[in-house]
Design a protein. Structure first.
Length: 137
């Protein structure tokens, strides 16, 4: 499945967007290993920095592009489709096309990659008067 920002933006809630992006990183995917220099050089490139700024502006610096979830601190630009060494060799459209990128927090980024929803920061439960006293309802 190819994930796109156009499809992601149709989903209204954080949970829906998270589930759309969630990966099940079972360790079977090809990783960079000794080719890590490929992606490290890429993330220092002028082209990446320009696209990164475009995505931050588009998403208003918000987690998964949801306006009420402003990122305070470091913004991670997440490739919605996993990047492999061959993508650098072929200059894949996945690398620099904003259609395949979204802003995330570090925590959200890790939860997406590891498929672990427990890593996400949950909103506090809304409390109501006497909600812990069943005899006062």
């Amino acid at each position: 499945m190819i994930r796109t920002y156009s499809e992601l933006s149709k989903l209204k809630s954080f949970d829906e967007r998270y589930k759309y992006l969630q990966l099940d990183s079972n360790g079977k995917e090809e990783t960079f290993g000794f080719d890590r220099f490929l992606n490290q050089n890429f993330y220092k490139s002028r082209e990446w920095k320009v696209i990164r700024d475009i995505v931050i502006i588009r998403d208003n610096g918000c987690d998964l592009g949801i306006d009420d979830l402003e990122i305070k601190g470091k913004i991670i630009i997440h490739h919605m489709n996993p990047i492999l060494p061959k993508d650098f060799e072929t200059q894949s459209d996945f690398l620099l096309n904003p259609e395949y990128l979204v802003c995330t927090t570090h925590t959200t980024h890790n939860a997406i990659h590891y498929g672990d929803e427990s890593l996400l920061i949950k909103a506090p439960i809304e409390r109501s008067k006497n909600d812990t006293c069943p005899w006062k309802k």
